[in-house]
Design a protein around this ligand. Structure first.
Ligand SMILES: [Zn+2]
Length: 432
């Protein structure tokens, strides 16, 4: 193994260290003022700690259940925290295309927030070109020797963003860390999943958090705590999402909410249309078949979102007899990656899918249809609609919500999308 430095990290084995300084030594969980504390995830909630008697120890063992999947923290095994170190790098980067006015605007706001150690919420529509907006901020921070992390709850987003960053920051040592991928460099510029961030302590001056709301809701508080524990004493956190959750809107000062309503290709977001359609999962329906046929004949790729796997399997078995290029996919599907590769290769024209394709999936000539759309939440509907028209050479497409009664979420999603288009128009950031 190459000799890397584990700066600003929670360590369980001293053998891993060479010249790093240890600033804290103790047990993985410890009691303070009557409360258990976890060194790894920072939890102090009584519900997170499990206590049992052990015949090998004099006192009962207490461990943290909250972060046990990342390595068990207990009151029997000691852990160490190493001192963070800063290191300057040039962080030169190359842009293939000049930034749009909106991207420049966001980029300046980010640099300002980093200088002032402020938190920022970039409320950017789907397809706004978020990654390009952070280049200059990274450049500035690394030039000052600040440690930078770009994190996302989703591995697929981590992989995609890391490839883009490595491509533009050619001479930087970019650490890409997720489950199967350990740290390779000294951790000054990290792209990782949120879970991997739990291992860093008091290390990052700047953290970009992509798609923060894709994190399971119940983990919200833990997530915020982990991000804070991984940060230096004064820091800048930059949150980026198309659908900011309420907790985030509340936490970040209003003047630090930056609305980015335009897509990078400067065409408006497609507006959802509504259609009443009651799908019977046990019977072939001509209206729905006609829609499917129309889609396959129009040379489009259509994602059809459903909220229930057994419902999906039923309608698939009915309509596969009539539509040759049809498939379905869901998160536990063992052929998931294979099917998505085949979809990209043009083997399918219609895909029944659960919300796993709600984010991060980009392809040209895409239409989306949501079945039973009244059952979906506003944020999900906005993300689904956001799959359509992302490519500059195919900026339009169909967004159809098939419902059994228009819901508040559907109306809200449509209203929010329209609002962003109006705003972008007023700013002169789109031309249509
Ligand atoms: Zn924990």
């Amino acid at each position: 193994m190459i000799n890397i430095k584990l700066y600003g990290k929670l360590i369980t084995d001293k053998q891993q260290l060479t010249t790093e300084l240890i600033i804290k030594n103790g047990y993985g969980v410890y009691k303070k003022k009557g409360l258990w504390h976890c060194m790894q995830c920072g939890s102090t909630s009584v519900h997170d700690f499990y206590i049992y008697e052990s015949k090998y120890t004099e006192v009962p063992i207490t461990y943290c259940r909250k972060c046990v999947c990342l390595g068990r923290m207990d009151n029997n095994n000691s852990v160490m925290i190493t001192k963070s170190v800063r290191h300057v790098s040039s962080a030169q980067y190359e842009l293939k295309f000049p930034l749009t006015d909106q991207q420049n605007y966001a980029s300046e706001k980010i640099v300002k927030a980093i200088i002032e150690r402020q938190n920022l919420l970039l409320h950017a529509v789907t397809g706004a070109g978020k990654t390009e907006m952070i280049f200059n901020g990274i450049h500035y921070a690394r030039n000052q020797g600040m440690n930078v992390a770009v994190i996302s709850p989703r591995v697929d987003v981590v992989i995609e963003v890391s490839l883009r960053l490595k491509e533009v920051f050619k001479n930087e040592e970019v650490d890409i860390i997720y489950q199967e991928q350990p740290q390779q460099f000294n951790g000054h510029f990290v792209v990782s999943t949120v879970q991997q961030l739990f291992r860093f302590k008091q290390h990052f001056d700047v953290i970009f958090i992509d798609e923060v709301d894709a994190f399971p809701l119940s983990m919200d508080v833990t997530l915020m705590k982990a991000i804070k524990l991984a940060s230096t004493y004064s820091y800048s956190h930059i949150f980026m999402t198309a659908t900011p959750p309420k907790i985030l809107l509340k936490t970040i000062a209003k003047e630090n909410h930056i609305l980015l309503p335009a897509r990078y290709h400067q065409r408006p977001l497609p507006i959802p249309t509504f259609k009443y359609l009651k799908i019977n999962p046990n019977k072939m329906q001509l209206t729905f078949l006609r829609i499917l046929k129309q889609q396959t004949q129009s040379n489009r790729i259509t994602l059809i979102f459903v909220n229930n796997i057994s419902f999906m399997e039923k309608i698939y078995s009915i309509y596969k007899e009539h539509i040759a290029e049809l498939t379905y996919v869901y998160s536990d599907d063992v052929y998931r990656f294979e099917k998505i590769t085949q979809l990209r290769a043009g083997q399918y024209k219609v895909v029944f899918t659960t919300t796993i394709l709600e984010r991060g999936f980009t392809m040209a000539h895409l239409d989306v249809i949501v079945l039973n759309s009244q059952l979906f939440e506003t944020a999900t509907l906005i993300q689904i609609a956001g799959r359509v028209g992302r490519k500059a050479d195919s900026p339009n497409g169909l967004v159809l919500f098939c419902h059994q009664g228009v819901s508040f979420s559907m109306l809200s999603a449509r209203k929010k999308i329209k609002h962003m288009n109006n705003l972008a128009m007023k700013k002169g950031w789109i031309n249509d």
